[in-house]
Design a protein around this ligand. Sequence first.
Ligand code: HEC
Length: 143
Amino acid sequence: MHSHVRPFWIALLALGGVYANAAAQDAQTTAHMVYTEEQATRGEDVFWNICSECHFEEDFAGPFMQSWSGAMVKDLMDEIKATMPEDNPGGLEDSQYLDVITYMFKINGMPTGDTEISTTDAGIIEIDWRPSYDEPNDIKPYD
Ligand code: HEC
């Protein structure tokens, strides 16, 4: 009896797993509301308190972020942490590096949502730079 039932459930679970993975991968990008307004506002404070001594906001818009498109958020975070602030590399908290990166997302018009990005999420969320994020059907959190 069970030997007839089991393969069916295994097949169904496997199929469900494949489907869920495909859907998750599709949605885990900065085009899908992966950070919040509040987080970007904290990042803006980091920018004005520390980075603005040497940078303009424009440094992190357009071509800069486009050049990171396809990389993971964590890759950008590791790079900035290793080199910035130039006079104190690695001198900030991880959360501050991540917050200032979400401010860069904001500068680039990436949509905000209800959930903050965590350092763990940063390892699985891909930077998806676009000239515009105005396609409503494409902007759904983790869908
Ligand atoms: C004391 C000066 C200074 C401070 C403070 C500083 N930076 Fe920089 N940053 C630089 C310099 C100089 C470069 C190299 C510029 C170049 O070659 O384009 C740079 C480059 C960068 C780049 C690479 C830009 C590119 O076009 O590839 C990023 C990203 C960056 N900084 C982020 C930050 C962030 C975020 C902060 C604040 C946490 C910060 N920096 C603070 C001086 C500074």
